[in-house]
Design a protein around this ligand. Sequence first.
Ligand SMILES: [Cu+2]
Length: 666
Amino acid sequence: MFVQPVDYFLAVWFVLAGLSTAYVAWDQFRNNPEPVVMKWGFILVTLYMGPLGLLIYVLADKEPRPGEHEAFTKPLWKQGVGSTIHCVAGDATGIILAAAITAALGLPMWIDLIVEYVAGFAFGLFIFQSLFMKSMMGGTYWENVRKSFMPEFISMNFMMAGMAPVMSFLMMGSDMRAMEPTELLFWGVMSFGVIVGFTAAYPANVWMVARGLKHGLMTERKPEFERAEGRREPAHGGAEAGMAVHRQAHARLDEHANPGHGGPGGNRGAGHHGSGHGSSHGNGGGGSRGAHGGHGMEPDATVPQLAAFGGVSVLALALGMIAPANWVNLTLSARDVGGAIMPPGMIMDRDTPAAAMLDMAAVHPRLVTASHGLEVRGDRELEARMENGVRVFDLETSVIRWAILPDVKVDAYAINGQVPGPRLHIRQGDRVRINVTNRLPESTTIHWHGLILPNEMDGPGEITQEPIPPGGSYRYEFTAGQSGTYFYHSHDHVDRQQALGLYGALIIDPANPQDEIAADHDYVIQLQEWLMREGLTFPSMPMDGGQPNYFTINGRAYPSTDTIRMKVGETLKVRFIGTNNGFIHPMHIHGGPFEVVARDGETIPESARFLADTVNVGPGQRYDVVWQARRPGKWLIHCHIGHHTTNNNVEEKGGGGLMVVIDVQP
Ligand SMILES: [Cu+2]
């Protein structure tokens, strides 16, 4: 799914890769005189490396003009490319197939890497390299497997030394959609890994071609007369056709009298192996000693050289496979964290458990079922339905897109499609039943904060009840014996769910209306922090990478918060509710002190009430305060932590976030 800029980039990349591959395939089979295995090598590598594969093909292998392939492909660097191509074509195919399968099976990343190495090596050795050798060199299949083993081992080690760290760091990086084969990002990581692997394996391949250990590029033509007659396939068997190819190639090369060839020994290996199987450029080089025209190569690498190169390749492989485990948790699998997108600043190390990652992961945009602008308010009072004297409320959780500012929308966990959830307004002594249906991608529960009720109605997941699974529901029922300012919130994965919006006000009027501390205006303030980066919403929490950058009162950030309108002399009861999840907000009112009349739903006896102008509203706390409008003008209610009155660290219209204006008329 397209949720990040990289997704669009990758879509373009893979279209280009498709076009590049189509061109290489077309050109290989129509114009390029080389063995079929080599044609497929370039086609596969172009599929994996996209436009880069095409570039390599055109620069190193595509016959520039008819008859020039032999001379064109002779330089050692191109022979090295050819050798790397048939290594990468086999190895990468094995690695990518293994990666897709292990991801689907849900194996831990470190096992993935080992399976990928084995599969890549096997694919390269048994299929690509040995079949390739056999078609070029003749001999039995197992002879070729034996001869290919050491070159393939060295090449594969370097290939994986480059590819493994790319996979480890990017798959267990910040966007773990890279672990899901259903995501473009997975294939993008594979492509990038192949490019890095190709680069890492190339120097070794150049050396091995030069030493006659591996083949590079070759030319294979149909005899002239057959092409002239327009016949697609040689009518006669391999040996005779091979002879014809041989003669013709040599004839061409003589005509071209390539002056650039045969520097002092530099092309020796390429020249040597070319002449060795007699299908290409062959014996022009002064240093060439292999003009015998028979099958097989005669490697001139010494045992110490091979041992040293092999040893270093093993070290490189070990480093590439093991070193990333120092930084990222390679014990996790696609099933543990696949698809999770982490907040940019989250510190993830080799010990970070999958549950921590899932807790902090972004709300996936594909889960959003509705999108609302500023015209839809949160905290709307929910009408009860009467059933046999019981007040019945239906609550339903879901993922919505919610506007906190005109141009900022968060992906929130909502109750009845609003943030905060609907206000439940009841009277002391009411019997209430609340049916909660869960439409979230994860389980949830609801806790009735501060209420005295039967234990099984209290809500803590796995403690008093089984969490409500996605699609499930639970019936809460109790009699409200208390009165005052309360609230409800999720009590399952609270760290994540409440921080994404699962809470709402529960206002209980006293049974005796005389017990209500009266004011001319009554305003509820529910606080919340948000973390939004790169278009994605993460649950904010007091943890690295979880620090919030938006703050809301009743689901809106200033200047989109309400304005409270009143007249001089009138009183305003503000009910602060600590729906904030991980942060404390010293809430302050301008224009003179207020009287604190209730705390946590409990009315404070008259003699103990006190004046203040700031109260620390910690998570879960409630303060009812009564403020009198003494003078006309615009007076603020705001959090006294400066950062909490900004929107993404920016002040607009005098502030942001946790700020409400009281507009007092004379
Ligand atoms: Cu604050």
